[in-house]
Design a protein around this ligand. Structure first.
Ligand code: KG4
Ligand code: ZN
Length: 340
C-alpha cells in the first residue's frame, strides 16, 4: 500500500484566512476558515490594508487549528500548498511568507498554487469519480472563466469576462439596493421573494466571441432602472429587482456553458468559485445539464467560496507532477490562468 500524502493548504488572497489538511488530494481532514467579512462590511467592500493586517493576526492560529483538527503534526505533512496569485498583493504576501517560513523551518516541499486552479479543484473533494477532462465554469468575485480542464492544472480557456466578474456584478447590484457586502448571498436570499420576470434586464450577446461574458451592461441597466424609479418618486421592489437581475446573469451563464458543452462535445460540467454557491444557478445548471445528458458537478457552498482545502487539493496534484517552488516564490497579484 502506498503511503498517504498529506498536504497543508494555505489561502489568504482576499478576505478569508484559511488553512486545511487534505489526504491524498481528496479527503479533507480539516478546513479552518477565519472570515473577515464582519470587518469589511462596515466599509461596503474589502479594504486591502485591513485584509493584510487581519491575515497577519490570524494566520498562525488558523494553521495550528487546521493541523490539530486533522490530528497531524508538521512532521506528518508532505507538502505545503499556498495561493500566490491572483489576489490582493498584501494579502497574498502574508500566506506566501508564512508558507515559505514553515517550509524552510520544517523542511517541507513548497508548492505555489493558482487561486483559480484551487477553485476548480474544489470539485474533486466530494466527487471521487471526477477526473479531467471536463468543462468548468468559474464564477467568483474577481473572475469569470469558461474552461476545458484538460488535465490536473492544465486549462484551455474558451471564454472570459470582458469587464466585471459575475460576483462583482452581484456585489455592486446588492450595494445599489442597500443589501451590503458581500452581495451575492444576500441577492440570492432576497430573490426568493421576488418575481424573476418582473423587470426585463438585458443579456449581453458578444457575436464575435460566443463564450465571452460581459456583465457591465446588466449592472448599468439595474442602476438606470433604480434612478428612473426614484426620479418618478416610486419605490423599487428590491426582491423583484434582485430576482430579475439574478435571472439575467444565471440565464447567460447557463446558455454559454451549454453552448460550449455542445460545441466541444463535453459530457461533464463543473462549476466553481463563490457564485457557484448561488442556489438559482445551481438549480438552473442542474436542469439544463439533465436535459442534455450532461453530468453536473458542484462543490458544497463551503468549498465554493475561498477555503484552504481547495488549495491543498490543487497543490496535491501539482506536487504529484513534481512541481516545487523555491524561496523566491512571490505573490503575483495578476497571475493569469495557465501561467506559472
Ligand atoms: O470565490 P470567492 O469566495 O472569492 C474570489 O475568489 O473572488 O467569491 C466571492 C464572490 C463574491 O462576489 C460573492 O458575492 C459571491 O462570490 N457569492 C455569491 C454567493 N455566495 C458568494 N454570489 C451569488 N450567490 C451566492 N450565493
Ligand atoms: Zn476565490
Amino acid at each position: 500500500m502506498e503511503k498517504d500524502i498529506l498536504v497543508l493548504g494555505i489561502e489568504s488572497s482576499c478576505d478569508e484566512t484559511a488553512a486545511s489538511v487534505v489526504k491524498n488530494g481528496r479527503t479533507v481532514l480539516s478546513n479552518v476558515i477565519s472570515s473577515q467579512i464582519d470587518i469589511h462590511k462596515l466599509y461596503g467592500g474589502v479594504v486591502p490594508e485591513i485584509a493584510s493586517r487581519k491575515h497577519i493576526e490570524r494566520i498562525n492560529i488558523v494553521i495550528e487549528t487546521a493541523l490539530s483538527e486533522a490530528g497531524a503534526k508538521l512532521s506528518d505533512i508532505d507538502a505545503i500548498g499556498v495561493t500566490y496569485g491572483p489576489g490582493l498583493v498584501g494579502a497574498l504576501l502574508v500566506g506566501v511568507a508564512e508558507a515559505k517560513a514553515i517550509s524552510y523551518a520544517a523542511d517541507i516541499p513548497l508548492v505555489g498554487v493558482h487561486h483559480i486552479e484551487g477553485h476548480v479543484s474544489a470539485n474533486y473533494i466530494e466527487n471521487p469519480d471526477l477526473e479531467p477532462p471536463f468543462l468548468c465554469l468559474i464564477v467568483s468575485g474577481g473572475h469569470t472563466h469558461l474552461v476545458i480542464v484538460k488535465d490536473y492544472g492544465s486549462f484551455e480557456i474558451l471564454g472570459r469576462t470582458r469587464d466585471d466578474a459575475a460576483g462583482e456584478a452581484f456585489d455592486k447590484v446588492a450595494r445599489a439596493i442597500g443589501l451590503g457586502y458581500p452581495g451575492g448571498p444576500k441577492v440570492d436570499a432576497l430573490s426568493k421573494e421576488g418575481n424573476p420576470d418582473a423587470i426585463p434586464f438585458p443579456k449581453a450577446k458578444l457575436e464575435d466571441a460566443p463564450y465571452d461574458f460581459s456583465f457591465s451592461g446588466v449592472k448599468s441597466a439595474v442602476l438606470n432602472y433604480i434612478n428612473k424609479v426614484k426620479m418618478s418618486h416610486g419605490e423599487v421592489n428590491r426582491a423583484d429587482l434582485a430576482a430579475s437581475f439574478q435571472k439575467s446573469v444565471v440565464d447567460t451563464l447557463v446558455e454559454k456553458a451549454m453552448l460550449a458543452a455542445e460545441d466541444h462535445h463535453m459530457d461533464r460540467l463543473a462549476i466553481a468559485g463563490g457564485v457557484a454557491a448561488n442556489t438559482t444557478l445551481r438549480a438552473a445548471m442542474k436542469s439544463a445539464c439533465g436535459q442534455r445528458g450532461i453530468r453536473f458537478y458542484y462543490p458544497s457552498p463551503v468549498y465554493c467560496t475561498d477555503n484552504g482545502a481547495m488549495i491543498a487539493v490543487a497543490a496535491y496534484y501539482e506536487y504529484k507532477k513534481g512541481v516545487r517552488h523555491g524561496w523566491d516564490l512571490n505573490a503575483v497579484p495578476n497571475l493569469r490562468l495557465g501561467e506559472r
